[in-house]
Design a protein around this ligand. Sequence first.
Ligand SMILES: [Zn+2]
Length: 465
Amino acid sequence: MERPCAWKKYTPQQIEELEELCRGYKKFLSENKTERLCVKAGIKMAEEAGYVDLETAIAEGRELKAGDKVYAANHGKDLMLVNLGTAPLEQGFNILGAHVDSPRLDLKQNPAFEAGDMAYLDTHYYGGVKSYHWVASPLALVGVICKKDGTTVDINIGDKADDPVFTISDLLIHLSSEQMSKPAKDAVDAEILDVIVGGRPVKFDEDDKDAPKEPVKQMFLDILKEQYDVEEEDFLSAEIEVVPAGPARDMGLDRSMILGYGHDDRVCAYPSMLAQINVADVERTSITLIVDKEEIGSVGATGMTSRFFENTVAEIMTLAGESSPLALRRALARSRMLSSDVSAGFDPGYAGKFETKNAAFMGRGLCFNKYTGSRGKGGSNDADAEYVALVRDIMDEAGVDFQTCELGRVNAGGGGTIAYIMAEYGMNVIDSGVAVLSMHALWEVANKADIYEAYRGYKAFIERA
Ligand SMILES: [Zn+2]
């Protein structure tokens, strides 16, 4: 059963809507290259739409009722947007979920060193990356340095037009005969993913016995001190992410696609948040959940396996006068969720890795994966056929273009999402999302039609599930 290309059906007005959505998305993607920044931007979007901080509602003992809109943030890295519906909360929620952490290089805690008269910052990669992607490309440093006095310094260098950028060098081709014969996974050792940040020494007198032993590194540290008031030791309590420098851009002469860093999974997170705030009145309470740490197994206080979601629901139900533990369990079990993450877009250059009847094609709309996982569906959340039928009906009713797919051929590899974690409550969850090319590379490709259909699909789900 082949699904049609979504572009064919669009009216001029729909093309305008699509472009407007994608302009907003490109800006979001370009300005928010870390999970912290995505959450900050999400809070801004929510507040502009009338959402109030749950902490404020709790502090004031505010009673929550239908039509109230609240948000909760967790360590600045997760965000939950809640729009209370007219139905009792115990009847369950319509939930959209996506993650905003993306593969990258994190600075180590002791990152700075000098070698070959250059200053470097050492990194430890985060998530699934191919080391060889990260060399010989312009890079930016984005994140926070937390000081002992309790203040936080925001770092964001490399994205503005007149900012300096950074890079990791690659071995010149002339000396690469040994490197080029290695398997790709060994071609660039992850331990030498060191970012060059300086090449000029501080001036000192050769006879001075207190002269710095690493004058180029010293120059880098002096500039940091001058511009950001931080010491080398402050890197101990910093989270600086090394990310590709530069904005997301239209791709193709027809401008049908977007090339950007971090589509995985902001291409699902942004339309989810937008759908959440653009559907004002709901019967079943709608929730959009934006989470961190998906790329490393949903671990830690900000990963999906933390209790943040459950605890926040409990707080909200209490303020809404439905405080019994049983009501909470019922609400969770009766909820329905689209757990969104990017799908593997069919790539003709690697056609052998896909089975085309069940592959995601670029431009054919929102993807649904009944199951993900690897080998015999290991690690997957396998959505009920009954639930898939409900989702199909919602999408067809709303005229949303969608496609069903698997992550590549059987036994070609595989992957997982946050779906199975939410399914532990007994709720219906299906994996959905937008197809991308070059997943986890520095620059990933998404088709604008898929982003638009995702947004339309998310809206329909909130309204009708
Ligand atoms: Zn992902």
